[in-house]
Structure formats: C-alpha cells, structure tokens
Write a protein that binds this ligand. Sequence first.
Ligand SMILES: Nc1nc2c(ncn2[C@@H]2O[C@H](COP(=O)(O)OP(=O)(O)O)[C@@H](O)[C@H]2O)c(=O)[nH]1
Ligand SMILES: [Mg+2]
Length: 431
Amino acid sequence: MLSSLKDVVKKIARSSSVDKKLVEEIVRDVQRALIKADVNVRQVKEISDAIKKRALSEEVLSGLNPREHIIKIVYEEILRGVGEGFDIPLKKSKIMLVGLQGSGKTTTAAKIAKYFKDKGMKAAVIAGDTHRPAAYEQLKQLAEQAGLGFFGKKEEKDAVKIVKEGLEALKDYDVIVIDTAGRHALEEELIEEMKRIAEVSKPDYKFLVLDASIGQLASKQAEAFNEAVGIDAIVITKFDGTAKGGGALSAARLIGIPIAFIGTGEKIEDFEKFDPAGFVSRLLGMGDIKALLEKVERIVKEEELDPEAFLKGKFTLKDVYKQLEAMNKMGPISKIFEMLPFGFSLKVDDEALEMTQEKMKKFKVIMDSMTEEELLNPKIIDSSRIRRIAIGSGTTPQDVKELLNYYNTMKNLMKRLKKGKLPIKGLKLGL
Ligand SMILES: Nc1nc2c(ncn2[C@@H]2O[C@H](COP(=O)(O)OP(=O)(O)O)[C@@H](O)[C@H]2O)c(=O)[nH]1
Ligand SMILES: [Mg+2]
C-alpha cells in the first residue's frame, strides 16, 4: 500500500535539477498516492500544501543537496500526517481488546501476548468472547501454538464471569490480554458488555482493533468506541491486504489516539509495534538512508573525503587511498551500495573489489611508495615502474598489479554511475 510514494522519492532522487516544476509534480504525485490510500482529503491538502511551501521557500540545509532536501521535507510532512506511536511499557499489565466482529481481535490478542512473551515476559490470553461459538477454540489454538497461557470456558455464556475467573487463574502472569466479543455494529448490548468487562478487569489499557480495509470509515468507528468505553490506543489489522491503509492511519491522527501495533498478515508473527519514523521511511523506500547519511557526514568530517568525488569518474589513486580509509569505517564498498535507498543494490561480486583488512594495508603501503605523479595519473605506471614500486614497498609486482586492477575496476564503476548507466544518476553518496 502507498507503494507509489516510493516512486515519488525515486523521481526526486533521479531528477537532474530541483526546480518549481519538479516540486509541483512531486506535490501532485504525493496527493495522488495519499488519496489512493484513502487518506482524508483535508489531510492530503495539509500535507501537500506544507511540502510545496517548504520545498519552495526553505533554504537547503548545509550538507544536503537539493534532492536530499526535498526528500527530507516529504518525509517529515508525511510523518506528521501519520498517527503517533504508543509506547507500552514492559511491565505487569492487563490489556482489553475491543472492536467489531471480524476486525481481528482474537488473532490480535494472541499476537500481543506473543509480543510480550518474546520480550521475556509471562503472557496469557483470556477467551472473553462467548458470542461467537468458535472463538474459544480459535484463541486456545493460537495460544497453544505460541506457547501462551490461556483461560477460557467453552460452555460458559457469561463473559464477565470468565474474565473474572481468568484473571484469578492467571494471576502469576505478567501480561494478560483479554479477547472480547464484537458485533456487526456498535450496539447497546455490546457497549454494556464491554463496560462490565472493563469494570471487573480494570484493564491498564483498552485497545481498539481496527480493520485497515475499511479505510476512512475507521475514524467514525474509533470515535464511537472511544465515546462508549474510552480507548488508549489502536491496533490496525489487515494492513497487508488493502490499498486503503492510509485511511486508518489518518483516522488515528485526526482523532488523536496513538497506534500501538500493526497487523500485517494472518500468522502470529505478522505483527509489529508501530514505529512512525521507521514506518514512513519504509513507505518512502528510504532503507537505511538516515544511518547512511549520518555515517557519511561523520566520515566526511573526519577524513575530509569528498562524497561527490567518491562517485566521480575522474578519480585517481589518491581517491582510492581516501576510499580505503573510509571503508575502514563504513565497511566494504558492496555494503555501502546496499545501504543506498530505492532497493538499489549493486552486485559487487567482482573479485577485484573484494577487500580484506590485510589487502587494504598492503595497498596503502604500495601507494606510499608511489610518486605524486603516479598517484595522480596511474596510467603512466608501466612494468618498470611496477617493479620499482614493488621493491620500494616490499611487495611483489603481482601485488602492485592487483592494486592497479582494483583502481581500474573502481574507476569504471564510478564512470558508469556518473553516466547514469546505473540507476542513481548524478547522486551524491548518501542519497
Ligand atoms: N491478512 C490479515 N488477516 C488478518 C489479520 N488479522 C486478522 N486477520 C484475519 O481476519 C479474520 C478475522 O480475525 P479474528 O481475529 O477472528 O477477528 P475477530 O472477530 O475480531 O476476533 C481471520 O480470518 C484472521 O485470520 C491481519 O493482520 N492480516
Ligand atoms: Mg474473535
């Protein structure tokens, strides 16, 4: 869902220049993507207006190029439009789930308990849905499968009684998640039952389980449940199967209720804590860009490595030297490329590019034996120079040739990047 946002970021990254026309195009693309994802229209306008205004007026932060600057703005404004996360502390607690029938409560009950179990806590579930005949079996199976504590009574019709007994029976557990019955609509009988279960269980948290596929309707549902019983956080389910997931996200934001978790599939492990920043980065296909940018920034400071020169075709053995220094900190060149966004991963399986610590040291020693002229213009290094350099550095001519081979392979790679034969034309390292 919202996959077209990735294309927006790609478009920015591949653009040769950033101008008003590009900004307007980007704003239109963002609008289209958000509307397709069923985000509330007023919010779409707010987000796109803010992007446009900032992109056209804000000064580019020093250290960023104009493309990075625009991507940063898009990222920040979309993040602002997404609901907040809910940090649930890892301590003894009772969590009651509410929501309409079919929204994913029973599945989510097991998923939440499993989440805490994976953090090393004792977690259990209570089958508080007596409305749906199969609910007991469903939760029991899930609990068994995930190794969770379980309490339920198959024949009992009084949900309040089950919850009361369950809390007593499971009092040694750290986290207890209470599943409840839903209806097709929020009706009086359901509200009554939710209130009574809340009274006897005194939950630390009440989570509303919302099906993402209902899109913007999520906001009405959340409002109604919040009014009826009070909601601490939202769990959005079925995020995997819908193009309308933006609706539930924006609903949470509009109502001001944080999002605790997101369900992304039927299996118990298809579940994640909602982390807005990480979520939006992924939405935009930005990979580990933040980490990479920080790293590059640090290295540029330390080594005075010019990141632009790094990717330029005109590139001497002196740059190789700097690269080796940088690699010491960033890891091998193939890893650096893997960290680039847009799913761009360069298969660097060329043996010439393989770099070990040992080889790195040897290359540096060899370069230390070269003249300034040779470093700046490696073409002049013929076989007699190779012999001289090998002797001077205590290596073999074979070693010197290996370095030159590495240099040529790297130089070609840089040329291809510069010419745009690889899909990150004109990009600085880090974008
Ligand atoms: N694809 C997908 N299906 C889900 C997710 N959560 C629940 N479901 C499915 O939705 C259906 C209803 O879920 P259930 O937990 O029984 O909902 P309840 O009636 O609210 O208890 C079941 O078929 C679940 O497997 C999810 O995150 N993704
Ligand atoms: Mg259920």
